[in-house]
Ligand binder design. Structure first.
Ligand SMILES: Cc1cc2nc3c(=O)[nH]c(=O)nc-3n(C[C@H](O)[C@H](O)[C@H](O)COP(=O)(O)OP(=O)(O)OC[C@H]3O[C@@H](n4cnc5c(N)ncnc54)[C@H](O)[C@@H]3O)c2cc1C
Length: 291
């Protein structure tokens, strides 16, 4: 199906894009990689009269690693750039583990990390990773810039905290508090599919103990779920079979999946428990080997 008719603008600056969004008064849509928006238009689930294509704006495709371990990901940084980054593998294993599991290579070549956060799909992979890492989205609007923690960005299915004339200009991952370890596991019906269930778990290790932890859950609620109590239960001690098991139980409690053609709610909760256990046990084993 063809999308409905729309006006198309490709501004050269962020200010110009914000101006266009302001003029659109809530009816305009930003076009980044188009990997979520274009299908919605073609299916006629959305019919914005104005598309503001940000791909012509220079300086938004960065993937920057600071000396302290913090990371900045520009609004036009594609999934593929993260997947191909050797530095990401070394610096941030939780992100690196997810990078090759988002959609398929065609989508990854065009779709953007920031677009994925803004799209706020409960089945989206990156928002859970950012929840696990304590990451934020930097939004720019007529009144300047503000930083929104991703855990607060996602309000509900396909609903984010941005105003109609704000653009997500970059995402930021804070510096780890020790050695950053973790992983991302995704159950999918076939390669390239959205998650049936996925879990991002990240721990920073300092002196053998967990100094910071985060756990984000995918496709087990109406939005990305933040298993913050599970993560908090890990902080301050070493990773042990007992602490891992307790965190896995707490994470499963947060999950509110629905039974559907992909599996029953109980099955999905079981997967959450299994994935949290598996990621943290792997981290614990790697620490033992390194000791
Ligand atoms: C076949 C297929 C399979 C997929 N599988 C997965 C998957 O397994 N996991 C997964 O996570 N995703 C999946 N996706 C979605 C994909 O990751 C998209 O790339 C991503 O969700 C949106 O990024 P985009 O750059 O393509 O955004 P667009 O499609 O351009 O935009 C999506 C939405 O976000 C808004 N937006 C985009 N950028 C900004 C910005 N900078 N500031 C404010 N708002 C913005 C747009 O206005 C729009 O509402 C799949 C897509 C397809 C087509």
């Amino acid at each position: 199906m063809y999308p409905p008719r729309f006006r198309y603008e490709a501004p050269q600056t962020i200010d110009e894009a914000i101006q266009l969004l302001s003029e659109g008064g809530g009816d305009a849509k930003i076009l980044a990689g188009g990997q979520s928006l274009i299908p919605l238009l073609k299916l006629r689930f959305a019919s914005p009269p104005l598309l503001v294509d940000i791909n012509e704006i220079p300086g938004l495709d960065h993937l920057d690693f600071a000396a302290d371990g913090s990371i900045r990901i520009g609004a036009l940084c594609r999934h593929a750039a993260l997947e191909r980054s050797e530095e990401l593998r070394v610096r941030q294993p939780t992100m690196a583990a997810a990078a090759g599991l988002v959609a398929d290579p065609i989508v990854r070549n065009r779709g953007t990390f920031v677009g994925s956060l803004c799209h706020a799909d409960p089945q989206g992979d990156w928002a859970a990773v950012m929840v696990a890492l304590g990451g934020s989205l930097v939004a720019q609007g007529p009144n300047g810039r503000r930083s929104i923690p991703v855990k607060d960005l996602v309000h509900g299915p396909f609903q984010n905290a941005l105003t109609h004339n704000e653009i997500g200009v970059e995402a930021t991952v804070p510096a780890p508090q020790g050695t950053p370890l973790g992983g991302y596991l995704k159950l999918e019906r076939r390669i390239g599919d959205f998650a049936t269930v996925a879990v991002a778990a990240s721990v920073d290790i300092e002196g053998g103990a967990v100094s910071r932890a985060g756990i984000g859950l995918v496709a087990v609620g109406s939005k990305t779920m933040d298993a913050s109590d599970a993560a908090a239960s890990l902080v301050g001690g070493p990773l042990t079979p007992e602490s891992i098991s307790s965190a896995a139980d707490l994470a499963a409690e947060v999950a509110k999946p629905r039974s559907d053609h992909r599996g029953s709610a109980d099955y999905k909760k079981h997967i959450v428990r299994t994935f949290v256990t598996r990621i943290l046990t792997r981290v614990s084993s790697s620490l033992e080997k390194a000791a």
